[in-house]
Design a binder for this molecule. Sequence first.
Ligand code: SF4
Length: 372
Amino acid sequence: MYIHIPWCVKKCPYCDFNSHNSPTELPESKYVDALIADLEQALPLIWGRSIRTIFIGGGTPSLFSPEAINKILQSVRSLTRLSPLAEITIEANPGTVDNEHIAGYHKIGVNRISFGVQSFNDKHLNALGRIHDSSAAINAITKAKKYFSQINLDIIYGLPNQTFNELKEDINKAISFDTTHLSFYNLTIEPNTEFNKNPPKNLPDNDLCYQMQDLIVSNLSNIGYSRYEVSAYAKDDNFCNHNLNYWQFGDYLGIGAGAHSKLSFHDKIIRQVRQKHPKSYMDAVATNKHIIENKTVTKDELPFEFMLNALRLNSGFATTLFVERTGLPLGTILKQLEMARQKGFLSLKDGKILPTIKGQDFLNDLLLLFLS
Ligand code: SF4
């Protein structure tokens, strides 16, 4: 289950998520009620299923008090079959959490925390429009280490004017906390962002970004972080199970403003999108009009959708997973698989299909082969 909290203190110029500047008074309790009503209305779609992961994302979920998050989790527990071993993650902005927040989230059963650190260099944090500096990030992570055994740090590289050495410093600082999980994203300029309107100057070119990525992979693998997805690195198999489910084309229910769902039934797979704007969403939930898109994925779309996710995984996927998750026979994609193999994008090993290094580097070309 994905739960979206749509507000941030201030919109970052590179961000294309469904996040909105927080009003002076956050309608926390009204939004929590809307989430619970949303969940109640979605129940017929998830009868009998158990929930193995919850990801509270945003926006900035750490703007919400532990009491508000607890009310949401209590409702999930009473309305659904939430596994007692469920991974429950909250995303936190280092600029919005104090000790009480961190201890409070832990106390109510959140067992994984993901910090949007982005960099430990104040010059770069400033250029990214972040509301926190490096010392706030260091404090937040240090506090979280007392309560959480599962911690992720998000870092962005390929920043304006970023040098190779500055990235090395970010890597060294990130690994010094010995967290279970790290995510390194290459900065991309997305449409509908401030950076798209006013592009930052002196972005590292593609060659430098490739070198930066190599530096990240080699530094992290040297100390036991395995790269299991394009941007994700885990120590001792402490994968993000919530994201792993997306990449394995599993089902998920998303509640909250702009949340997406993908749910499989015996005869179809549906995708849903909810109202994006927080106010429209809260108003619409009251009349059960908050789902603005509800479509059945056609058989033609399924191979591409599956590959779009599964080929992000370094270990690839078992051929049986394709059949299980799409309901299609493997024969549907044999021609494309052979083409991809001939181009050196894929290899087949022990009943698994794996992207090669070339396939990972040219992921878009590889995916195009599966576009109907
Ligand atoms: S804090 Fe995160 S979600 Fe909010 S605007 Fe910045 S990048 Fe986007």
